[in-house]
Design a protein around this ligand. Structure first.
Ligand code: LM2
Ligand code: CA
Length: 470
């Protein structure tokens, strides 16, 4: 199996248009990832080949691949019963084939690792692959002694986010909390992660990292073979004792703060604020995984989501143009009830993905495929093309914001209901360019003096770069 190492090049040059973290060996042209929520292994494989590889997306984040509890809600995936790679999303064989196919397409595979806890079923049960379990008893993995019983609240549930002990040793919504400080538990978790490594997996999202002491996460990560990419979920809330920064020694962190900020900026139209994001007290750019939404925030409504249509698309494109952090796109399915999982095939597995086109409303269970919305993958190409060229030719007026990157690219965002028409001064060579923030190749022209005279439609962008000329 090909080992794919992560190479952080020129991460010190933070003045550029985008960071240049690359997944060396994948052939990917960008540092951009994509969370394919509840996509089955076969569908991820096809998407790698047909769409993500060609677009230069560096990595996919899968849903949890291990055996889970039965039930139709999507969140059954977040209740591990065993570490067999058998789930509603596919078999071990399908998973392994997906990893190989994605690698062949130049796309790395990052897995959602649920390692803080096991199930939340008081009475136990039988898992997807037939494993019988009790709430604190998992054959060949864990027994009673391997779990915390915090004794800090009536139910042993987490009740107090101002107490690190409560957050890290009590139960997150009744989920049996692993004693991650025990070296035997660390070893069992690492054996699972190394099994995935043996199938070619390139890295992990550490689910519920906030609920494990940073030292425990570090000890587990240390036991993983090779040098996997690590991105940790530590939801930022000001004033809490546990902060994302505590986890930087083990890898990157998702920057929730920026996702929340994007909601505000889309409301106020102050898109130029993204230029000063370095002063917001967020994680250091080279270790920040940025995103507009994820499967939790599209449900708790704390961020934008596909329901916001053009605003969501614009926020996604803004993130892709920013030199702060490395963007992780999100792609999921439509729902009106938070818990509701996808319609299942007769054998209980999740069906293959079939994307629908962008529109104003969706039926439950339709695959929204936000990443295929016009301009999104075009902006992945824009990001690759401008690399770390310095930002210049900045312009902002009302709800519009524009900037250039060296002589390589220029982008204009319009966060208003009105058309923004202007003569934008760029440093690009004269000639015709495709507007990659639109569908297909919508041609715009840079005049001999570098001026781009263009009308930007409401809630959209115009983006051009030297590698995309008709
Ligand atoms: C995560 N990150 O830290 C995931 O991103 C998030 O989606 C997970 O919650 C959570 N942590 C645990 O891995 C989801 C879902 C919860 C669901 C849990 C466990 O958002 O609603 O909880 O997975 O499946 C469900 C029920 C809850 C119940 C619990 C245990 O909603 O009411 O608690 O199962 O049976 C009694
Ligand atoms: Ca814990």
């Amino acid at each position: 199996m090909r080992r794919i190492a992560i190479l952080v090049t020129a991460a010190l040059l933070l003045t550029g248009c985008s960071t240049t973290t690359t997944f060396d060996g994948t052939g990917a042209r960008s540092d951009v990832g994509i969370q394919l929520f509840q996509w089955n292994w076969d569908s991820i494989a096809s998407e790698c080949t047909d769409v993500l590889g060609p677009a230069g997306v560096a990595w996919v984040l899968t849903s949890p691949p291990q055996e889970h509890i039965m039930g139709s809600a999507w969140w059954t995936a977040y209740q591990p019963v065993s570490y067999q790679i058998e789930s509603r999303l596919g078999t071990r064989e399908q998973f392994a084939a997906m990893v190989t196919t994605c690698h062949d397409a130049g796309v790395a595979v990052i897995v959602d690792a649920v390692i803080n806890h096991m199930t939340g079923q008081d009475s136990g049960g039988t898992g997807w692959a037939g494993t019988e379990f009790g709430h604190y008893d998992y054959p060949d993995l864990y027994t009673e002694d391997d779990f915390h019983h915090c004794g800090l609240s009536d139910s042993d549930d987490i009740t107090d986010y101002s107490s690190a002990g409560n957050v890290q040793t009590c139960e997150l919504v009744n989920l049996a909390d692993l004693a991650t400080e025990k070296s035997s538990v660390q070893e069992t978790i690492a054996t699972y992660l190394n099994d995935l490594r043996s199938l070619g997996v390139d890295g992990f999202r550490i689910d519920a990292a906030k609920h494990m002491p940073a030292a425990d996460v570090a000890a587990i990560v240390d036991r993983i073979d090779g040098d996997p990419y690590i991105v940790q979920e530590v939801i930022r809330t000001d004033g809490e004792p546990i902060q994302p920064e505590d986890y930087l020694g083990s890898g990157d962190v998702f920057e929730f703060g920026l996702a929340y900020q994007l909601v505000t900026w889309m409301k106020t139209g102050s898109l130029d604020s993204i230029a000063t994001v370095g002063s917001y007290g967020f994680a250091p750019s080279e270790q920040a995984a940025t995103f507009v939404d994820n499967h939790d925030t599209e449900r708790n409504r704390q961020t934008l989501s596909y329901r916001d249509g053009a605003k969501y698309r614009l926020a996604t494109m803004l993130l892709l143009a920013s030199d702060y952090g490395s963007p992780v796109l999100y792609s999921g399915y439509a729902f009106t009830i938070n818990d509701k999982g996808l319609p299942l095939d007769a054998d209980g597995t999740v069906s293959d993905v079939s994307c629908v086109d962008q529109r104003d409303s969706y039926d439950d269970g339709e695959w929204v495929c936000q990443h295929r919305w016009p301009g999104v993958l075009g902006m992945v190409g824009w990001r690759s093309a401008v690399g770390s060229a310095p930002v210049h030719d900045e312009w902002s007026e009302d709800d519009a914001y524009a900037f250039g990157c060296g002589e390589l690219g220029y982008v204009i965002f319009n966060a208003s209901d009105a058309v923004v028409e202007n003569d934008f001064e760029t440093s690009l060579p004269a000639g015709d360019y495709c507007n990659v923030a639109a569908e297909g190749c919508d041609v715009v022209e840079v005049a001999a003096d570098g001026v781009l005279s263009v009308a930007v439609p409401p809630w959209s962008a115009v983006a051009i770069h030297v590698d995309s000329r008709p």
